[in-house]
Design a protein around this ligand. Structure first.
Ligand code: FES
Ligand code: MG
Length: 623
């Protein structure tokens, strides 16, 4: 037993002959467990982020029962426990503000509870990375079950997924969607529990959980609370018993090779930009570093293989029928280290080979069928052809060549990096030079974006700043700046946009997000003025502010001399604007902790003291 186990209590406490053991067993007996049940081994925690305040995770209660059955079938005891749960639509200012807090909750509950291992139940965007980060830091054997996407709904006879809501909101904004339709949309958008039903952040993170070896291969895309999903949740319950027996800890799963596999899968999926932040944070928890240059190289050498919404044409169900994540791993294998294990302990190479050989069989244990290559449905929208085309393509015939999923950019405007989802961007804007139209915060966007007097044209570059992880407490998903109404009415559907915010995984458009350092900590973005020329070259991986060094230094100096604590506000003043945001510094509580300790996106927006390389600090002296 390690020092940490002694201090914090492992499951062996249930076996103790003395008062400790008696009390542990007695308290469970009081819950109604039998004398036999309290002697079952291993003891597995079922860490659930079920919450009625998180509709995406509301199906987890059912899955917890399936997990428990799986654990019991292998002789173990499953005990469910809650942590906080982060809902993308309901958490303010943004669920990302609380990701690190949830990871601390998860880590401490796993560490301090008398359990040998844990099954993690998560779904909505931030709950998956929070659980993976917490479990990695706690480092007890862990298996993950993700909530699964909610069903596709229907809008005027056509399939509707969550990404369809953004253009409809824009229609409403410019007066083209009436009250009746607006009310109908409220009832028609989500027709069940589960996560967003496109390749957004939740699905991308579920895929990452599979690839890293936490989740059962093939589980990520199964419909929330479906029979198939319950079957795989039961399988996860069985598997955690094996994982504990093998003592396969998260620290053995999250290696540099595994992170590269996961990142390349995100690129091949055309997955969410948020995944970049979470993978970098996971690396930091594992004592590893993913630099911008490393990520840029991986992104630039990985083609886009899936043709799935929001950036592609097909539904998640089409991708699932094409074999889902295991089939993608099989196609991408030459670019991956397939010797890395899945949650079963088998290598990815063996898993996809076995799955392909067994694809004619209807039911399988461990990995799901990879499906036939004709798995695409006859899709009906977004210009999709009327003949079946697979939602998953091959390296020889990709949806887009290398670099087609994500691009990492650096330059004078983003010395610490920035991210573009190339799969969702306009190819005409991949090389673009335009003049800046600067917005300081969301309120400024809302106040001026539709002003007919706004000096903007289709070639302008819209900038939203002051909404980074420190400036806006968690980096909200507001980077998808709306197209100014007068341009939208004229038919403009996309523009180059730059921001220190994040963007929803369900959104599309040419939006360069996560500009690092953010404006609120004095990044160059803080010193951009309306009319400045900016150049973006995605192929070259550059985003540059075409303002001379002397001019930029003068702006910075003017800012520092006039304002000492709020660079983003000061920058606006330097630009002669009266629309400067105020950066208020929290005085207490979690917001204080966040403000003091959160790191920039190039270190995953984690707290400095949660990273593996944190060297500790001295406790304050007693007075
Ligand atoms: Fe929860 Fe999208 S809002 S997964
Ligand atoms: Mg989101």
């Amino acid at each position: 037993m390690s020092q940490r186990d002694l201090v914090r209590g492992g499951a062996s406490l249930f076996a103790d002959d003395g008062p400790d053991g008696l009390l542990h067993r007695a308290f469970l007996r009081g819950e109604g467990l039998s004398a036999d049940e309290v002697r079952r081994r291993p003891v597995i925690g079922i860490c659930t982020s079920f919450s009625e305040l998180n509709p995406c995770n509301a199906g987890l209660a059912t899955l917890a029962q399936a997990v428990k059955r799986g654990i019991a079938s292998r002789g173990g005891l499953g005990l469910e426990f809650p942590t906080i749960s982060l809902s993308e639509p309901f958490s303010r200012p943004t669920s990302m503000y609380l990701r690190n807090l949830m990871s601390m909750d998860v880590e401490e509950m796993i560490s301090s509870s008398p359990i040998d291992g844990v099954v993690l139940l998560a779904g909505c965007d931030k709950t998956v990375p929070a659980q993976l980060m917490g479990a990695l830091s706690a480092d007890k054997p862990a298996v993950m079950v993700t909530a699964g996407p909610r069903p596709t709904s229907c809008w005027h006879g056509e399939p509707m997924t969550i990404d369809d809501v953004w253009p409809l909101i824009d229609e409403r904004r410019i007066g083209r969607l009436g009250d009746d339709e607006w009310l109908k949309l409220e009832g028609d958008l989500n027709v069940g529990v589960g996560t967003c039903n496109v390749l957004g952040t939740a699905t991308t993170m579920a895929a990452i959980a599979e690839v890293l070896g936490f989740a059962v291969p093939g589980a990520a895309l199964l419909l929330a609370t479906s029979a198939a999903q319950n079957t795989l949740a039961e399988r996860a319950g069985e598997l955690i018993v094996d994982v504990v027996a093998r003592d396969a800890r998260p620290s053995t799963l999250v290696t540099l090779a595994a992170l590269e596999n996961a990142f390349r899968v995100v690129c091949a999926l055309g997955g969410s930009t948020n995944a970049v932040i979470h993978l970098v944070a996971l690396a930091g928890r594992a004592g590893l570093t993913l630099t911008v240059d490393t990520l840029r190289t991986w992104a630039a050498t990985t083609p886009l293989l899936t043709d799935v919404r929001p950036s592609g044409r097909y539904l998640l169900a089409d991708f699932e029928r094409s074999g889902g994540v295991p089939a993608l791993v099989r196609e991408l294998a030459p670019l991956l280290d397939t010797s890395r294990p899945t949650v079963t302990g088998a290598s990815w190479a063996d898993t996809v080979t076995e799955a392909a050989q067994g694809s004619a069989q209807p039911a399988r244990r461990g990995a799901r069928n990879l499906g036939s290559r004709g798995g695409g449905s006859v899709e009906r929208r977004n210009g999709a052809p009327a003949v079946p085309v697979p939602a998953l393509r091959t390296l020889a015939d990709p949806v887009a060549p290398a670099g087609g999923g994500l691009a990492l950019l650096t330059g004078t405007l983003a010395p610490g990096g920035a991210v573009l989802k190339t799969s969702a961007a306009s190819s005409a804007l991949r090389q673009h030079r335009g003049r800046a139209v600067v917005f300081d915060g969301v309120a400024d966007v809302n106040a001026r974006i539709d002003d007919p007097a706004l000096e903007v044209d289709a070639s302008s570059i819209l900038i939203l700043r002051g909404v980074g992880v420190r400036g806006a407490m968690g980096m909200p998903e507001v980077g998808h700046i709306p197209i100014p109404a007068k341009l939208a009415k004229a038919g403009v559907t996309d523009m180059m946009r730059l921001t220190d915010a994040r963007m929803s995984g369900t959104a599309t458009g040419t939006v360069i997000v996560h500009i690092t350092p953010e404006a609120a900590v004095g990044g160059p973005l803080a010193f951009v003025r309306d009319g400045d020329l900016i150049e973006v070259d995605v192929e070259a991986g550059r985003v540059d502010l075409l303002v001379g060094d002397d001019e930029l230094a003068a702006r910075r100096a003017a800012t520092l001399s006039g304002h000492s604590s709020a660079p983003s506000a000061a920058a606006s003043d330097a630009a002669g604007s009266s629309r400067a945001p105020t950066t208020s510094i929290p005085s207490r509580g979690f917001s204080w902790l966040h403000y003091q300790h959160v790191l920039q996106p190039d270190r995953g927006c984690d707290f400095d003291f949660l990273r593996a390389d944190f060297s500790g600090g001295r406790a304050p002296a007693l007075e």
